[in-house]
Design a protein around this ligand. Sequence first.
Ligand SMILES: [Zn+2]
Length: 316
Amino acid sequence: MNYTIGIDLGGTNVVAGLVDEEYRLLDKAAVKTQAQLGFDYITDNMAKLTATLLERAGLAKEQVSSIGIGSPGAMDRASGTLIFAGNLDWHNVPLGPAVEKKTGIRTLIANDADCAALGEFVAGAAAEDESMALITIGTGVGSGIVTGGHLFSPAGSCAPELGHVSLVAGGEQCTCGRRGCAEAYLSFSALIRDANRAADADPQSSLARLREKGEALNGKNIFDCAKQGDPAAKALIDRFIGLMGEFFGDVENAFGVRSIVIGGGISKEGDWFCRRVYEAMVPYVFAGERYAPKLRMAQLGNDAGVIGAAALERYL
Ligand SMILES: [Zn+2]
């Protein structure tokens, strides 16, 4: 049996997992990231987590064919260089080579959203599909695509960044500097912005009353207000779902994937949400409903990034 190790480098935690050939996550270990302590500290911790996993499983390092690291930011995969990773304040650091040197195990790196997509592809919501796109809806809108037996991740590029394709020309300001990106409408940050505007416009709405009670609006309570029938919240969620359908239709028109998996905080909403977004998407799929992708909620949660990183050696 051959094993691989996946490491998810997050802003809060570094999580490492031991994965077998069937992409079963056998064990996990984690430490706080503590980005302020620097590159050597964090790569030392990655080596220590690897050693811990090997020791607990009674494995020699020769039984592990590779380590995959999923990191935020942009990278040059061929050299293993992390070009930048916003939250970590790292620029042009040799992430892959450093971990390879400290562990003696071949090390590959990829974007964390790409790794999450690969995790859902090999072991989660899209395990039965030939191709898929993962769209994560959280503070921002992330994306990863697996097609043609590979992670779609062109060398020397940050693409795909589907959260930053234009959804509403000249629309809301996006965090990236442009206007009208999908992220400026479909992230939780955008939903909360719009819910606060709706509460300002309608002081009788449940949204406004929540605020009066001192509750900050968030994804969950906005959805709850809509489910309880508040007209302002319902209108907001209807528009959110409509735009998501339009966006997913374009993801399909660009990549022709067999399924789109919805990840991030919104995946808790479950089947009703998938059904509504599917209905909103179908009119935008160029080839019609017969070719529309399946829509599914992500299944693996935070483990997707670890499992996908561990699968990198077979899908890059
Ligand atoms: Zn943008």
